[in-house]
Design a protein around this ligand. Structure first.
Ligand code: NAD
Length: 515
């Protein structure tokens, strides 16, 4: 049994049965059968199912938000805006827009009309998708991925994180209560290495993994053994660059919100701030003032701004980053320690100044409520600092001159850039989600993510009236000359050479019935 613990109170919310490891293979077999029927329904019928799921969620917003909050610790408002909102947006995208993207796609090529060829792409489901999820967004991450897998005609086996098994149960229940066929979405519960390992043994048709870099690398190696396609959504060390013409008031509010949402346990949270020297004092003073006003406590209380961390292990990791920074000369401008007056895993919202890239808090993912701020002198230095990282997930750039900010964004190695905001695009399903470098491989969300759940099958039909094509046996000099003429006609940019050799082309073709 997995004990589902409320990280704010340390009370046991529920005891959840682990899936026996020997059952995982059977779960996949059942899913394979269910997938065939699900795929056969067609896109329009699958879209109707997703609308039903959406309506079911809309009817249950309060209890879904509460379950996420007692399971993960984030505040009720964060459960609604960062968990439920992206799911509703994605279900709408999948039901309304995805069917258009999944229609047969006719292709064009200059040779097609000449050679009487018709070519098109169709988007077929892959089969059964194995989704392995983290605890920090236990609802939004698996649900948005499941929605994309389902509309494309796949079945899903989901393994939620052990720390948020309760939300995993909630997800299974939502699909069941919305009338989805048995086996189309199945939740398996248990330890990562055991149940996740058994999932890899069952050879899913794609694995979508969201989590840490070491586990991602391990799964990629496992996937390589049998060539299972794998999408990796991994960690981030997201820079927040405040240029000298930024709106300091708004930027400081965003930095504080972006660093402390979900107690900083967000792959795209503000992990390191670079502020221009000319506005640094004002910016830091505002950030420190706003951080000190953050009310920490149980996320069920609407007057609380920041909930607990997920576990003692995570608190210790954050403490290690703060200790390392202070030992190397940083100053704690706000917070800096765990909170012992409440039973849960609480840590103070923390601002660090005087930091540099020798410190773990600037080079490694902290994944906690810290906001380290470093000062820069010119844009080139800010760009170099932002790129001095093994991660590349999201970046925020602040400037009143959005054209200038966009130029800076283009120079940063990252998957997503946001100007004058942060952490925004996960909730917009049309925006692709994913990173470069150690932040992962592949994309979820958007049409690009949608296609990762499909086999893009090309169907090409030849309607040639000729007895043989120009490039078939038997070879001859006439065919060589004909092929050369075709190449010139198709690819030469000048008018004269296009006409050249047209006779050769005609000579080289044999019409049906003629020798
Ligand atoms: P984790 O890697 O420890 O665990 C993630 C999932 O993998 C869990 O379900 C876990 O049980 C499972 N797992 C662990 N070992 C496994 C194994 N050997 N085989 C198969 N499955 C295994 O990560 P976490 O601590 O839950 O999540 C935090 C990390 O996730 C952070 O680095 C964060 O940045 C990253 N993250 C990335 C994104 C993104 O979109 N890029 C989103 C959220 C979180």
């Amino acid at each position: 049994m997995i004990e589902a613990i409320n990280p704010a109170t340390l009370e046991v919310n529920a005891e959840i049965e682990e899936t026996p490891v020997e059952d995982v293979g059977t779960v996949f077999e059942t899913a394979r059968g269910a997938q065939r029927e699900w795929a056969a329904l067609g896109t329009a019928a699958r879209a109707k199912h997703l609308i039903r799921v959406k309506e079911h969620i809309l009817d249950r917003i309060d209890d879904i938000a509460e379950t996420i909050t007692i399971d993960n610790g984030k505040t009720l408002l964060e459960s609604v805006n960062s968990e439920i909102y992206p799911v509703l947006d994605m279900l709408t995208f999948c039901a309304r827009e995805a069917p258009g993207y999944l229609k047969k796609e006719s292709l064009k090529n200059p040779i097609f009309p000449i050679a009487r060829i018709e070519s098109s792409n169709i988007f077929e489901p892959l089969g059964v998708i194995g989704i392995i999820s983290p605890w920090n967004f236990p609802f939004a991450i698996p649900m948005t991925q499941i929605a994309m897998a389902l509309i494309t005609g796949n079945a899903v086996v989901l393994k939620p994180a052990e720390l948020t098994a309760l939300t995993g149960e909630l997800i299974g229940g939502i699909f069941k209560d919305s009338g989805l066929h048995d086996g189309v979405v199945t939740v398996v519960q248990g330890e990562g290495a055991v149940i996740g390992g058994a999932m890899m043994d069952a050879r899913p048709d794609r694995v979508v993994f969201t989590g840490s870099v070491p586990v991602g690398k391990h799964l990629m190696k496992r996937a390589a053994e049998t060539l299972i396609p794998i999408t990796l959504e991994l960690g981030g060390k997201d820079p927040f660059i405040v240029l000298k013409d930024a709106d300091v008031e708004r930027a400081s509010s965003a930095a504080v919100w972006g660093a402390f949402i979900n107690a900083g346990q967000v792959c795209a949270s503000v992990e390191r701030v670079y502020v221009h020297r000319s506005i640094a004092d004002e910016f830091i003073a505002k950030v420190v003032g706003k951080t000190k006003k953050i009310r920490v406590g149980n996320g069920l209380d609407h007057k609380v701004d920041m909930g607990p961390m997920i576990s003692m292990k995570r608190i210790e990791a954050v403490e290690q980053h703060v200790t390392d920074a202070v030992a190397k000369g940083a100053e704690v401008a706000a917070g800096g320690k765990r909170i012992g007056s409440m039973p849960g895993y609480f840590f103070e919202p923390t601002v660090l100044t005087g930091v540099d890239h020798t410190m773990d808090c600037m080079s490694e993912e902290t994944f906690g409520p810290t906001l380290p701020i470093m000062v820069f002198s010119d844009v080139d230095e800010a760009v170099a600092l932002a790129n001095d990282s093994r991660y590349g997930l999201t970046v925020a750039v602040w400037s009143r001159d959005t054209a200038k900010a966009e130029k800076v964004c283009r120079r940063i190695e990252t998957g997503t850039v946001v100007v004058n905001n942060c952490l925004l695009t996960y909730g917009f399903s049309q925006c692709p989600w994913g990173g470069v470098k150690d932040s992962g491989i592949g994309r979820t969300h958007s049409v690009h993510g949608l296609y990762e759940f499909t086999n893009i099958k090309n169907i090409t039909i030849s309607k040639s009236l000729l007895r043989e094509d120009l490039w078939w046996h038997p070879y001859s000099e006439a065919k060589y000359r004909g092929m050369k003429a075709v190449i010139k006609t198709l690819f030469c940019e000048g008018v004269v050479c296009k006409g050249e050799g047209i006779v050769d082309i005609l000579k080289s073709f044999k019409l049906p019935g003629r020798k």
